[in-house]
Design a protein around this ligand. Structure first.
Ligand SMILES: Nc1ncnc2c1ncn2[C@@H]1O[C@H](COP(=O)(O)OP(=O)(O)O)[C@@H](O)[C@H]1O
Ligand SMILES: [Mg+2]
Length: 433
């Protein structure tokens, strides 16, 4: 990798060492010549001339290399401070490149070498970089000595949205003072972008879902005020539809509020100890009328003794209700739904409580399974709406399970029904007790 390759030309000894060595040479020359003058072997004028020649020979190359070092910024990496700067750049977790005042690469860390493999030490970064946004930002920073930002898409194996910041930095030199350099850092903005996209999608979906019943409501209001003003029969029918649409809006708002409440407390694990058996009985009893309507039998397999988990009873009720209701609505053709509660061990051997709902309906095709818990995702939007669905039920179920430290497993074989299982960790004390 570029970053680890040995430098093409080994750096000479630091300037300070060479200065010290030249001083010693001059001192030795002065002592020797003085001895020769005292011993009478050499005339004082000749000794002085020889000394001057030695001094010129020792100091001129030093002056030249000092000027060159200052000119091209190499000093930064040879001085003690330069080494510290290099270590800092190397240790930065984000891709980082240190450039001299004209944009030549002084140092590049491993993350940056991976992001821009064409960058080479001692070469101009502008020649190695291809993204027009980076080039423009770098040019501007060099021209104005002002910090610049740019965003660009890194089209590597996985597309990433990156932000580049070029900041002027003063790197101390060994002669005192500082060299103007530039620090280029890259930041991966992909997760933020994804969240932002999800937020935009969510607002668009929620508005669309609300607008549809709202449009129906205002349409019927217009009709009732206009053409159907004196038609008692039509009024009766329209009011029924309006009532259904208003209920749909209320359900949607209800689900949205529940979802945001669960999200708000996502990081606070509920601690109240709850026996889930009576909660489940309550849910099954409450859904018996729906089961009767859909001609589905609910079979329960619940333990006789209490099953305790740490939880929030309101949220658990919603979770059970959503899963059983889905089984009754979407799996109605199977004629039966089995609701069970069992204790088992998870992959790590920790005890957990498993609540599952199995139906024998049409099931769900495998391509839909990973997306079912996304907000507003439905296999068949028309069917869900006809059933009074909002598309938020499983998103809510997943959030509630997560908040309880649990997980949701969805299994289905198309044509043979579906099983939804919510697993919750069982408090240790309860298991032992
Ligand atoms: N038991 C099931 N059998 C078949 N499809 C199901 C089942 N449960 C859920 N689905 C599908 O998943 C979608 C999302 O469910 P959900 O989030 O509860 O939303 P909603 O019920 O409001 O439509 C449903 O619209 C349906 O297409
Ligand atoms: Mg549902």
């Amino acid at each position: 990798m570029v970053i680890n390759a040995p430098s093409s030309h080994e750096a000479p000894a630091p300037l300070s060492d060479r200065l010290r060595r030249s001083g010693l040479v001059l001192l030795a020359a002065a002592v020797s010549l003085l001895s020769l003058v005292i011993l009478g072997d050499v005339a004082p004028a000749r000794a002085l001339l020889v000394f001057l020649c030695i001094a010129v020979a020792a100091l001129v190359p030093l002056q030249l290399s000092r000027a060159a070092a200052t000119r091209d910024g190499e000093t930064n990496l040879r001085s003690v401070e330069g080494a510290a700067v290099r270590s800092i750049v190397a240790g930065m977790p984000d891709p980082a490149v240190l450039l001299d005042r004209v944009g030549r690469v002084l140092h590049i860390n491993p993350a940056a070498a991976q992001l821009a493999p064409a960058l080479r030490r001692n070469e101009l970064a502008l020649f190695a970089l291809r993204s027009p946004e980076i080039i423009a930002a770098l040019r501007e920073a060099i021209a104005t000595s002002q910090s610049q930002r740019a965003t660009f898409v890194d089209r590597g194996p996985v597309e990433r949205w990156m932000e580049l910041i070029v900041t002027p930095v003063a790197v101390p030199t060994e002669f005192g003072g500082a060299d103007n350099c530039f620090l280029m850092t890259f930041h991966d903005q992909t997760p933020l972008r994804r969240v932002e996209e999800m937020r935009v999608d969510f607002v668009a979906n929620a508005s669309h879902e609300l607008r549809t019943p709202l449009a129906a409501l205002s349409g019927f209001i217009d009709t009732l005020q206009g053409p159907a003003r004196d038609d008692a029969k039509a009024r009766e029918r329209f009011l029924g539809i309006m009532h259904a649409q208003a209920s749909r809006m209320a359900r949607l708002i209800d689900d949205l509020l529940s979802l945001s409440r669960v999200e708000l407390s996502a990081h606070v694990r509920p601690s109240t100890q709850i026996d889930v058996v009576p909660l489940l009985r309550q849910v099954v009893d409450g859904l018996e009328p729906l089961a009767g309507e859909r001609q589905v039998t609910i079979e329960t397999d619940l333990p006789a003794s209490p099953v305790i988990i740490a939880g929030d009873s309101e949220e658990l009720l919603r979770l059970f209700e959503n899963l059983v209701e889905n089984g009754l609505k979407y799996g109605a053709s199977g004629g039966r739904v089995i609701v069970s509660l069992t204790s088992a061990a998870n992959a790590e051997g920790a005890p957990e409580v498993r609540f599952s709902v199995r139906d024998f309906g049409p099931g769900i095709a495998p391509e839909h399974l990973p997306r079912l818990t996304e907000r507003f995702y439905r296999v068949d939007v028309g069917d869900s709406r006809a059933q009074g669905g909002t598309g938020l039920g499983l998103a809510l179920v997943k959030h509630i399970a997560n908040r309880h430290g649990g997980r949701l497993i969805i299994e289905s074989v198309a044509g043979k029904g579906a099983t939804f299982t919510a697993c919750f960790p069982q408090p240790k004390a309860i298991v032992e007790g």
